[in-house]
Design a binder for this molecule. Structure first.
Ligand SMILES: [Zn+2]
Length: 379
């Protein structure tokens, strides 16, 4: 079956829509070249297309052969998985003898071991004909080029009366927090809660509960089932997204203006450079790539990026000459400032890479403008 691309919606198939965010030509963020591979890297259009028919914001066309590298799971992601699973348990969806299937992703560790640890019967590849009382989707859906087929597969895996549980970054967060850099190759769908509810209803389900968590600016855990009975808190979260403009192309075009602010990062780095300070960064995460590329950065402004993932070390940031180094190499370079692209990792990296501050360096957060992290009293 042909995969919908370009101007045909990946969910409803309609072609009535428009590009709301255009980041131009960008290298594929997942293809991190070895440090000695010469520039330029292949570049591909990076655009968010909004379907006026079903309100799904989506990747217009992909890069060739995106192949995400599994990164070391940050503590913040693991802790969120624990919270989400505890929440599913509290909702009465987890229990001994019940079956669970997972649509996972490279964004973190599978939930199946944790759910099996709570007595659930985890279904694997050989259990295709066994229905699941609980289907969990941990950032799986967004990686599917054909959203309609992907939703069908998840619904088909459910037992009668079963629940589909999805953890995702909602389009509402991307819009409200101006996180234009969450648009990336390989991530085909940017669901808002209203659009997701409507799409689920085409498949016989509907949003039953939404739980909101602060990770990545706003992460949601959504449960869906037949005959949903959303409570007042869930309806408020759905309506808050609608009010923010997730179903309105004009509101979503605000992301284009937010992307234009990338120059503020560059301006700050130029000022630091002129003041004689060395700036590095930590976290060669996916969202760092569009930030670095759109801001036009190079190693003269941003010396290096430290990352704990061995699969990334020895490489360079796509589209630039900025090397990815080990945390030890980062500390040895004694940078005056270390930019942290993922603010929620601040506590974790201050613990795991104490050498930055003990050598007199300071962590800097992007939120979205660079801000020197308030240092807690020395412990
Ligand atoms: Zn559509």
């Amino acid at each position: 079956m042909p995969v919908p691309t370009a101007t045909q919606c990946r969910s409803c198939g309609d072609s009535d829509g428009e590009v709301v965010l255009d980041l131009g030509r960008q290298p594929s963020w997942d293809r991190m070249p070895w440090a000695d591979v010469p520039l330029p890297d292949p570049e591909f259009d990076l655009q968010m297309w909004f379907c006026r028919s079903c309100s799904l914001a989506q990747l217009r066309c992909d890069a060739d052969g995106v192949d995400e590298m599994f990164a070391v799971e940050p503590r913040a992601v693991a802790e969120q998985s624990d919270r989400s699973i505890a929440r599913l348990d509290a909702e009465g969806l987890v229990g001994p003898g019940r079956t669970v299937a997972e649509f996972g992703s490279p964004h973190g560790e599978s939930w199946l071991a944790r759910l099996a640890g709570r007595g659930m019967d985890a279904l694997g590849d050989g259990d295709a004909d066994r229905p699941a009382d609980l289907v969990v989707d941990f950032y799986g859906l967004l990686h599917e080029p054909d959203q309609e087929a992907a939703l069908s597969a998840r619904v088909a895996a459910l037992a009668p009366g079963g629940t589909l549980a999805m953890q995702m970054l909602s389009l509402g967060t991307v819009l409200v927090e101006r996180q234009w850099y969450d648009l990336r190759h390989g991530h085909h769908a940017y669901w808002s809660l209203p659009a997701l509810d409507a799409a689920l209803r085409r498949h016989g389900l509907g949003v039953h509960r939404v739980f909101w968590y602060p990770m990545s600016g706003g992460t949601v855990l959504v449960t869906a089932r037949r005959d949903p009975e959303p409570d007042a808190a869930t309806l408020r979260l759905i309506e808050a997204e609608r009010a923010a403009g997730v179903t309105d192309a004009a509101a979503l075009r605000g992301l284009q203006r937010a992307a234009a602010d990338a120059h503020e990062l560059r301006d700050w780095l130029v000022a630091e450079h002129d003041a004689g300070r060395t700036v590095a960064a930590y976290g060669a995460a996916s969202r760092s790539v569009p930030l670095i590329c759109h801001a036009g950065l190079h190693s003269g402004l941003l010396r290096m990026v430290g990352d704990a993932s061995p699969t990334k070390q020895g490489r360079r940031m796509p589209g630039t000459d900025i090397p990815v180094v080990t945390p030890d190499e980062l500390v040895a370079a004694r940078p005056d400032r270390v930019l942290l692209f993922l603010a929620e990792l601040a506590d974790e990296v201050r613990d795991s890479v104490p050498g930055i501050e003990s050598a007199g360096g300071q962590w800097v957060l992007l939120d979205p403008a660079p801000r020197v992290l308030e240092l807690s009293p020395a412990s």
